[in-house]
Design a binder for this molecule. Structure first.
Ligand code: GMT
Length: 373
C-alpha cells in the first residue's frame, strides 16, 4: 500500500506512535509518505520505503498566525497526486482530520482518510467550542476512525454524539528495544549507593500533574533511600524544578531533559510514576512496563487498560499522593512482590501490546477501509 501519515512531529506520544507505525509499515514493504511541518523526531535515520514531505507555512503580513490547516491540505493533495497514495492516515484529529478531508474532497474522493484519536484532541482541546463541531465533522467524515483505548472510543461516542464505528487499536511498544537490561550502567551514576530509583517521563504539561511526582517522592524518601529521575521537558518544568528547590530535594532529583535512549534510562529505575489528571492510554507507562518496571499511576482514562492494579502496578485516585507513596514503599520493601510485578509488567507488554501484534491490526484496518465502496 502507499500510505501518507500526518502527525505532530514533536515529543508527544501521538507523534511517536505515528512515526513508529510508519517505520514498521515501511519495513513490511509499504511505501510511507510522512507529511508534517518538521521531520518527526523518531525519524532519525534513512530507512527504505520512507519519504518525508514538509508542510511549508507561508508567512504573509495579513496572517497573524500561519494558516496550517490549508497548507497541510494542499501538501496532502500534492503528495497524493504525485505518489498515488491510497490512504492518508492522520494522528490527532485537530486539525489533521479537517485538512485530510478537505484534501480528499478536492482530489475527488481518490484517497481514503483514516483518523486516529489520541487523547486531548477529544478530551480537552476538542471540547473547546472553537473546535467541537469541526472535530465532530472530522470524525464523522473520515473513512475510518481508530482510538487508542476503549475508554477513548466510549468518551468520543458519548461526548460528540457519534454514530459511526470507531475501532480500538491500542498503542504498541517495540519489546525488543524496550527490554530489561540487567545492571544498566546508568544506574550506578544515578544511585551510586544502591538507592532505589523512581522515574517519570512526560512532556511536563499541566495534565501530567508532575508536581505530584515530587510530592510522592518527598514522602517515599522519608521511608527508604531513593533518587528521582525526570525525563522530558515542557511548560511545567520550571515550576517542578522550583518545587524541588523549595523542598530541598535537589541532591536526590535529576532532570535529564529530552532524551533519545529512553530504554536504557528506564532500565536504570525501579518504579515508574504517572500521576496524570487524564491519560487516554499512557504510552510512557507501557514503555516502562516493557522494561520490567511496575507502574504507579492514576486510575483515569485508558490507564486501567494498560496497568493492572495489584498485578503490574498500582492505580490510585488523582492527587492521592499518600496512597501512591505507600504503594511504592510497599513494593520496594517486598523483594518477591516487586519481582512478580516486574515480570508481569513485561509479560503484559509482550502479550498484548507488542509492535508485531498491533501493526498488522492497522494493516487489516487499512484493507477493510480500502475495500469498502
Ligand atoms: O492528547 C495529548 O495530550 C497528546 C498526545 C500526545 O501526542 O502525546 O497524548 C495522547 O496520546 C498518547 C499516544 O496515543 C497517549 O499515550 C496519551 O495517553 C495521550 N495523552 C492524554 O490523553 C493526556
Amino acid at each position: 500500500m502507499k500510505i501518507g501519515i500526518t502527525c505532530y512531529p514533536t515529543y508527544g506520544g501521538s507523534g511517536v506512535v505515528a512515526t513508529e507505525l510508519g517505520k514498521a509499515l515501511a519495513a513490511r514493504g509499504h511505501e510511507i509518505h510522512f507529511i508534517c511541518y518538521a521531520v518527526p523526531i523518531k525519524l532519525n535515520k534513512f530507512l527504505d520505503n520512507i519519504y518525508f514531505h514538509e508542510v511549508e507555512l507561508y508567512q504573509y503580513p495579513l496572517f497573524e498566525f500561519p494558516i496550517y490547516t490549508d497548507a497541510l491540505a494542499s501538501r496532502i493533495i500534492d503528495v497524493a497526486r504525485f505518489n498515488k497514495i491510497d490512504i492518508i492516515h492522520v494522528h490527532y484529529a485537530i486539525p489533521h482530520a479537517t485538512s485530510a478531508i478537505l484534501a480528499k474532497m478536492i482530489l475527488g474522493d481518490k484517497i481514503k482518510v483514516i483518523t486516529t484519536l489520541h487523547g486531548t484532541d477529544i478530551t480537552l482541546v476538542g471540547l473547546e467550542p472553537s473546535f467541537t463541531p469541526v472535530v465532530r465533522f472530522g470524525i464523522e467524515s473520515s473513512d475510518g476512525v481508530t482510538a487508542v483505548s476503549r475508554y477513548l472510543r466510549e468518551v468520543t461516542i458519548s461526548t460528540y454524539n457519534i454514530s459511526r464505528e470507531i475501532e480500538v487499536i491500542p498503542n504498541f511498544v517495540d519489546t525488543e528495544l524496550f527490554k530489561p537490561i540487567k545492571d544498566a550502567p546508568l544506574r550506578k551514576k544515578i544511585a551510586p549507593n544502591g538507592e532505589k530509583v523512581l522515574i517519570h517521563v512526560s512532556n511536563f504539561r499541566k495534565v501530567k500533574r508532575v508536581q505530584d511526582v515530587v510530592r510522592v517522592f518527598e514522602i517515599v524518601r522519608t521511608k527508604l533511600p531513593c533518587k528521582l529521575v525526570f525525563v522530558g521537558d515542557g511548560p511545567e518544568r520550571g515550576d517542578v524544578e522550583n518545587l524541588c528547590r523549595t523542598l530541598n530535594l535537589c541532591d536526590d532529583v535529576i532532570f535529564l531533559g529530552k532524551q533519545e535512549a529512553l530504554n536504557e534510562i528506564l532500565c536504570s529505575a525501579d518504579i515508574f510514576i504517572l500521576p496524570s489528571q487524564m491519560e487516554s492510554f499512557g504510552l510512557s507507562a507501557l514503555e516502562a512496563m516493557s522494561c520490567g518496571l511496575p507502574v504507579v499511576a492514576t486510575n483515569v482514562g485508558g490507564l486501567p487498560e494498560v496497568v493492572l492494579h495489584g498485578e503490574t502496578g498500582y492505580l490510585t485516585e488523582v492527587g492521592n499522593i499518600n496512597r501512591m507513596a505507600s504503594y511504592i514503599v510497599e513494593l520496594l520493601e517486598d523483594r518477591n512482590r516487586y519481582r512478580e510485578f516486574s515480570e508481569k509488567a513485561r509479560e503484559r507488554a509482550e502479550k498484548y501490546f507488542d509492535k508485531n501484534l498491533i501493526v498488522p491490526k492497522y494493516e487489516q484496518f487499512y484493507e477493510k477501509i480500502l475495500n469498502q465502496n
